[in-house]
Design a protein around this ligand. Structure first.
Ligand code: A3P
Length: 285
């Protein structure tokens, strides 16, 4: 990766790397964002399954919601654009808790935070770096692994991101969803989401949603869709085809050397030793 390409597509805001598709002006202006009490925020570290959950929410009958593009994507005109929605807004973002606009917290808006095993997240993000022209090109997995460990990737350290939610994990306006649990027991996760949003779904609707949001269905549909920027809910691409790669649990095993696994596990233990979220994640994974 040349430092030139790193400079041209990324910039730092409050010590965290962002794509230049998120303007510094917008990031500064986020605290003046006009939050509505019924807004729902869909928050995740990149590559944790955001598009999947978004599709699930959009597929709930009678949800009466509008999925917006990410709050941090674009320039300050984003704040005006978000005012144009009349339905309940579901607003995606990869911001950590600390960087979320303060009025979201003051108004106690509903927030769904998605967590995925960091090893699989790292592998998924590695592929994203390689294929997404909006991110610097990374030569090797080994090079990316080091950047991931140091938090020198878009949206910073996975560990710090998850830890920023730790003390809020039991707040009544926050629902934590684990990618691995969605894979293992889809209806259980869906029920958590619908109960949280105050929407009833029956068993036949659950089955329909499961089918419509399966990996293969979503991947096939992405090939048919237009590449419309407003359709993308990751602030790092407008190409949905980059989102659906494998959609499995445990692909990390094909990338991590045994040395990398032990380095990673050591850091995980050190950083997450007091984390209940990490404990739950390990229990599920
Ligand atoms: P992989 O790269 O491991 O395949 P995000 O939406 O946050 O960018 O996350 C993308 C990751 O979620 C990708 O992981 C993608 O394949 C996976 N994903 C997307 N839709 C999915 C689905 N319906 N079921 C399971 N995984 C899905």
């Amino acid at each position: 990766m040349s430092s030139q390409s790193q400079v041209s597509v990324l910039h730092k805001f409050k010590g965290i790397l962002f794509s230049t598709m998120s303007s510094e002006e917008l990031l500064h202006a986020l605290d003046s964002f006009d939050v509505r009490e019924d807004d729902v925020f869909l928050v995740s570290y990149p590559k944790s399954g955001t598009h999947w959950i978004a599709e699930v929410i959009e597929s709930i009958p009678n949800a009466r919601i509008s999925l917006t593009s990410p709050i941090e994507l674009g320039d300050v005109s984003k704040l005006e654009e978000l005012k144009t929605y009349s339905e309940r807004r579901v607003i995606p973002t990869h911001l950590s808790y600390d960087l979320l606009p303060v009025n979201i917290k003051q108004k106690q808006c509903k927030i769904i935070y998605i967590i995925r095993n960091p090893k699989d997240t790292a592998v998924s993000l590695f592929h994203y770096y390689r294929e997404n022209p909006n991110l610097p090109y990374i030569e090797t997995w080994a090079a990316f692994f080091e950047l991931f460990l140091q938090g020198e990737v878009v949206y910073g350290s996975w560990f710090d991101h998850v830890l920023s939610w730790e003390e809020h994990r039991n707040d009544k306006n926050i629902l934590i969803i684990f990618y691995e649990e969605m894979k293992k027991d889809f209806s259980k996760s869906l029920k958590k989401i619908t109960t949280f949003l105050g929407i009833n779904v029956n068993d036949s609707e659950v089955n329909k949603i499961a089918q419509k949001t399966s990996f293969s269905e979503m991947k096939n549909n992405s090939i048919k869709e237009n590449y419309d920027l407003s359709h993308t809910i990751c602030a790092l691409t407008s190409d949905r085809n980059l989102v659906f790669r494998k959609g499995v649990v445990g692909d990390w095993i094909n990338y991590f050397t045994s040395k990398q696994k032990s380095v990673f596990d050591e850091l995980f233990t050190k950083k997450m030793k007091h984390s209940e979220l990490a404990r739950l994640l390990e229990e599920i994974s």
